[in-house]
Every structure is written in structure tokens, then in C-alpha cells.
Design a protein. Sequence first.
Length: 236
Amino acid sequence: MNPKGWLVIPAFNEEGNVLRLVGRLEEVIQKNFWDLGILLVNDGSTDSTSLEIEQAEKEFSNVRHLDHPRNMGYAQAMRTAFNFLKGTDAQFGIVMDADFTHDPAFLPSFLEALEEGKDFVIGSRYVGEGKMEGVPLWRQFLSWAGNQVGRIFGIPVKDATSGFRGFSRRAFEIVLKCRENDFSIQLEEVLLAKKAGLSFREVPITLGVREVGKSKFHYSLKLFLRYARLLLKNLF
């Protein structure tokens, strides 16, 4: 199997979501006649996520998975995925969450931008008709304020912490160069891509909220300090 590109989905304890999401993605892939594989990174799940992944692989020939023996976190799941992609002939990879907060209906915008030669495509809440639905107002404010600060520090995009993003083959190496160990890798990717002179495009998305399971992303002082350190490093 040598798909043109891969949809990358990190998953930790996402029972009730994985099989449904793969089914929805397959509908979109087949409707548009895309040559895409689906790569699931099972990050040490302790629920029935593994069983859902096994079922997805039985039902769909373009599904692959990689396992972590224990929960190693989002950042390591990204590096594991892109190490795999680097060893394939894939021209691009598109990362999305397993919890349906990223709607597959927005994928055409990502593919269009990547096919036009953009290196780094970000699904943005802050361009065009981008928005958030169902997200608590306090989280909306923190996200908006954080990204405004990032712009002051020279971040080249309006939504540097969106996890719905696409990478050209040139950009695979950016992910592998990242050293962050949590969700701060998302900001680090943007900073390293900017430093490398890669091209960006933001496409509007609607960020939703999960209906099944618990979020793995949590605001914390540690996360804010990591963001601050990365921004200061970028400034100086």
C-alpha cells in the first residue's frame, strides 16, 4: 500500500470514537476518490481502543496502526507517526484528533493547499469563517489571547495551537526535530517551520467539542511556561 498521503490520528483511550471516525473518514475518502491511508497511533491505551483499531484494519485495507507500549504523550505520538511517514513515499500527512472535534468535512481545504505546494497547512479558528462551537467561553478566551500574544512575538499564523494541520514531505523533518514532550509541540512545529522558511496557509475550520470520552488537553501553568519559553526563544 503506497497512498499519496496519510491521515494521522494519535489515540489514547478513545473507545467509542476511533471506529466511528475511521468510518466517517472512509466515506469522505471514497466520495472524493482520494488516495489516502489512515495511520492510527495507539498511545498506550488501556480501554478498548485497541479492539476498535483492529476492527478498523479488518474493514478497511488502507488503515495501519502503530503501538506505544505505554502512554508516551501526544508529542511522542507525532514523532512516531512521522518517522513512519518518512519511510514511505507519502507526499504529505494530515494530523487530526480522534475525538471528532476536527470535522473530516474540512479535509478538502487541506488537500487543496498541499497540492498547491504549501508546506504547513493549519486548520484555523481565526481566519475567514473559522470558529468554535460548544467550547466554553473561558477556553475560547485563553486560546484567542494566547494566539494574540504569539503574533506579537512574530508567530506567522493566527492559530498556532490548532492540532488540525497538514505537512508536506519537506515538513516531515520539522516534526522530527521537535523536542517538546506535550501539546507545546504544536507551537514548536510552527516556530521551526518559520525558521526553516517553509510556506504556510491557514484554512478555516469549526472546532467542536467531544461527545465521547475525556479530553487529553488541559491548560496548566506548566504548559503556559513552555509556551512562554518557546516564544522567548523565538524572539531572541
